[in-house]
Every structure is written in structure tokens, then in C-alpha cells.
Write a protein that binds this ligand. Structure first.
Ligand code: AMP
Length: 278
């Protein structure tokens, strides 16, 4: 695996590949890689000639400084996992390389519409603006033909699809299924920070979403109340939001047609998100 720290070398390398007609699959990450990330690398490998992964803990998308400081950084282990998965190129830039003029580099936020202000957008002010800033910069540097992202961060994927369209980039978007622990808990680097007990109890999140899915023809507002009650019955669990949304527009949905249920849960000062298409 080639490991680039500087975007100039990366850009030269990729532009040669594109000239030869190669499909370049890109998987942007913040590191602390787990099987969820690796599933994206494998999906990219199966469709593309060359797979590029980036590892960059982007300061501009953290609305909580403690979360940024505590974000796990495990580059050595990440490199081993990427090599095992057959990733071709790693781009692991410094903050200075990404933001030579400082993080406030005059990024004009694409007008993706109301999907920016609901759910994650409402509860994490500035998060998606920072995320779009870094994804946009990374796409300029990597210039991929295909972009692979996880549907675990469903709203992020929807916003990126809209952004890529507005920026008229010629990139094929791929949203990949959520990888889960045996208990059903969606894999996340944040799971490592949970106590053994809380991690076990967190299985209730996916169980509640599944129960909503099984009963989707009933009244959604009642299902929502039941799910919140079920999740909050676990000690220390607090539901930040649990919403039904149209799976394309992400606007509130009152019935199960084309609907996805999304939630954010706090436990032990850690925020977990999950979703399920009904
Ligand atoms: P992150 O490093 O958390 O920014 O995630 C990088 C990419 O991996 C994003 O596209 C995520 O949606 C995706 N991802 C994170 N967790 C999972 C998971 N459990 N299953 C599949 N993809 C995931």
C-alpha cells in the first residue's frame, strides 16, 4: 500500500491512473478502523481498479471539543487492517496539509436544503458544514470516480449525494449497509469507549428499530413512544431523537412508505446513532 501524507504526490499518482481509464474508488474515514470501514474497502475493491482510503480526524466537523480530543487515533493498527484488506493507497494528511490557511478557509456551504437542519443537523450545529468542507477538499485532492460511504451515517450520505450533484462532480455514489456487532449494535469506533455493561445493553437500540420495522403498519407515533420507553429503560440511556423521515428528502414522515427511522442515543456521555429502512 502506498502511503501519502501530501496531496500533491497523491494527485499526480491518481491523475495518471485516471488517464489510463482506471476506476478509482475512494473511502474517506477518520481512522480507528473496524469491520464496518473494511466492508467499504472491500466493496470498493470489488468494483474499482484502485482503492484509496483517507484517514483524517477533521477538526471542523466536531461540535464537541471533548469528542475531538478523545477521538481514537490508531494509525499503525489501521495500516495493518487496510493492507490485509488490499487497499492500494492511504492518504493520511496533517491538519496543516488539509487546511494550510487554517480551518476557516472560506468554504462556501453547498445549498443542500432542509436536510441540513433536521435530526443530526439540528442536534450537532456546524457538524455537516464541517463534514461537507472536508469531503469536498478530499474529493478535490483524490479525484475519485466512485465514492463509498456507510449508510450507518444515513443523513451524511444523503447530504454528500446532494453536494456531489450540486458541485457537478462526476462521481458514482455508493451507500453501503451497516455492519453490526453480534448483538446488533452498529459498529462504531465510539463503542470502544463504552463500559462492558453499556455495550451489552446498547443492543436494545437495534432491537427497538427492528420492532418498529416489524410493526410498521401500526401508528408510528405510538411505535416511537414505545421504542423510546424501551431504550430509556436501560440504565443511563437517553434518546436524543428518534424520527421517521422520507428516505430521499429526509423530511418528516407520517407513515411507513419510503420511510426510514433514525435515532441518536446518549449513554455514558457517548453518542450512538443508528437507523433502519422500514
Ligand atoms: P468515520 O470514520 O466514522 O467517519 O466513518 C467513515 C465511513 O465508514 C463513513 O462512510 C461511515 O458511514 C462508514 N461506517 C462507519 N461505521 C460503519 C458501519 N458500522 N458499517 C458500515 N459503514 C460504516
Amino acid at each position: 500500500m502506498i502511503n501519502y501524507k501530501y496531496s500533491l504526490y497523491l494527485k499526480n499518482f491518481i491523475s495518471r491512473q485516471i488517464k489510463f481509464g482506471k476506476k478509482v474508488g475512494f473511502v474517506p474515514t477518520m481512522g480507528a478502523l473496524h469491520a464496518g470501514h473494511i466492508s467499504l474497502i472491500k466493496a470498493a475493491k470489488s468494483e474499482c481498479d484502485l482503492v484509496v482510503c483517507s484517514i483524517f480526524v477533521n477538526p471542523t466537523q466536531f461540535n464537541n471539543q471533548e469528542d475531538l480530543v478523545k477521538y481514537p487515533r490508531t494509525l499503525e493498527a489501521d495500516i495493518t487492517l487496510l493492507e490485509e484488506a488490499g487497499c492500494d493507497v492511504l492518504f493520511a494528511p496533517s491538519v496543516k496539509e488539509m487546511y494550510p490557511n487554517g480551518p476557516k478557509n472560506g468554504f462556501v456551504v453547498p445549498k443542500v436544503g432542509a436536510m441540513l437542519t433536521v435530526m443530526e443537523g439540528a442536534h450537532r450545529p456546524g457538524h455537516f458544514e464541517g463534514m461537507m468542507q472536508v469531503v469536498s477538499l478530499l474529493l478535490d485532492k483524490v479525484n475519485p470516480t466512485h465514492l463509498f460511504m456507510g449508510l450507518k451515517d444515513y443523513q451524511q450520505f444523503a447530504i454528500c449525494c446532494k453536494m456531489v450533484e450540486l458541485q457537478k462532480r462526476k462521481i458514482e455514489m455508493r451507500g453501503m449497509p451497516t455492519m453490526r456487532e453480534k448483538s446488533g449494535l452498529a459498529m462504531s469506533s465510539r463503542n470502544e469507549r463504552l463500559s462492558v455493561q453499556a455495550r451489552k445493553n446498547a443492543a436494545i437500540i437495534y432491537k427497538s428499530l427492528q420492532s418498529i420495522q416489524e410493526n410498521k403498519h401500526k401508528d408510528l407515533s405510538l411505535l416511537k413512544q414505545e421504542a423510546i420507553k424501551q431504550i430509556e429503560a436501560e440504565e443511563g440511556f437517553e434518546v436524543e431523537y428518534l424520527e421517521f423521515a422520507d428516505k430521499h428528502s429526509l423530511m418528516p414522515s407520517k407513515n411507513a412508505d419510503n420511510t426510514i427511522v433514525l435515532c441518536a442515543i446518549w449513554v455514558e456521555n457517548i453518542r450512538l446513532i443508528d437507523n433502519l429502512i422500514l
